[in-house]
Design a protein around this ligand. Structure first.
Ligand SMILES: [Cu+2]
Length: 278
């Protein structure tokens, strides 16, 4: 029943779901809307009833006794019960599974750092060694090294950085460490049902498992208003005068395609070294 009634969310105009935990959030949204619908009908009809029943023409003088029945009390208890159900059955467990119980890092997940800045998303992969190289503010160069990676360190030499291009393999948990270089931004992936503030000075872990490739998604939205567009990273926190164009792109692909992407990016790294030698 939880699922079937939760499917009301299908009619709320939400973007399609592309992560493993996404439906849980949608079902909760569906249930919240059932409560809102019941309250709307209940209070709306009660309001109309009172306006008619207690109109001035048939009630020339005020009634100082007011309502004597217990119905309003029962209604309030019912609403509190429903709200407790929403919290205990949905909100607390979902919050715990997505925010409190952070899984320990294994080889089975992809680790990425996302560093927000006005007005772009810097994406930092640890490279072949799987270890993020050290970063230093004094090494930041907006053109050549936006993240400030220490390329002379053994773990930093192979790190890969892209701007606004986040690639993730499908059906594999993505562990993202989110931070910001300047103001508070918000990393929002609507189809993944992911939304988290990026706060300077903090590294916030976000984890989710995308389960629909960009290709499948693009095929799915043919004929809709978003036709031709893939997954996007939106900044969901007003962060400055160009906030509106702080847009990144997320590509969810097969493991092979993902590895090929990393390999291609690693080749650019070698090319850059060659340029330096010249
Ligand atoms: Cu922003």
């Amino acid at each position: 029943m939880i699922e079937s009634l939760g499917k009301l969310s299908n009619y709320l105009g939400l973007p399609s779901v592309a992560s493993e935990h996404g439906l849980k959030i949608d079902y909760m949204n569906g249930w919240v809307h059932w409560l809102m619908l019941i309250l709307f009908i209940g209070w709306g009809s009660f309001f109309i009833y009172t306006v008619v029943k207690f109109r001035a023409k048939s009630n020339p003088s005020a009634d100082y006794k007011g309502v004597q029945s217990n119905y309003s009390k029962y209604a309030e208890i019912g609403i509190i019960g429903f709200e407790a159900f929403l919290l205990i059955a949905f909100a607390f467990p979902i919050w715990a599974s997505l925010k409190t119980n952070v899984p320990s890092v294994t080889n089975e997940m992809v680790q990425v750092r996302v560093i927000a800045q006005q007005f772009a998303w810097n994406i930092h992969y640890p490279g072949n060694d799987g270890i993020f190289g050290p970063t230093k503010p004094q090494l930041v160069d907006e053109e050549t090294n936006p993240v400030g990676i220490d390329r002379s360190s053994p773990t930093g030499a192979d790190d890969i950085v892209t701007i606004n291009q986040l690639h993730l393999p499908v059906n594999k948990m993505a562990m993202i460490y989110l931070t910001s270089k300047d103001v508070i931004h918000n990393f929002a992936l609507p189809e993944m049902r992911v939304k988290q503030d990026a706060i300077p000075g903090m590294s916030i872990p976000i984890f989710f498992t995308p389960n629909k490739t960009s290709e499948d998604f693009i095929n799915e939205i043919i004929g809709s208003a978003r036709e031709g567009m893939g997954y996007e990273i939106a900044c969901a926190q007003l962060c400055g005068n160009s906030h509106y164009r702080m847009k990144g792109y997320l590509t969810v692909e097969t493991e092979e395609e993902f590895l090929a992407f990393l390999e291609e990016e690693a080749e650019y790294l070698e090319d850059e070294d060659e340029d330096d030698d010249w």
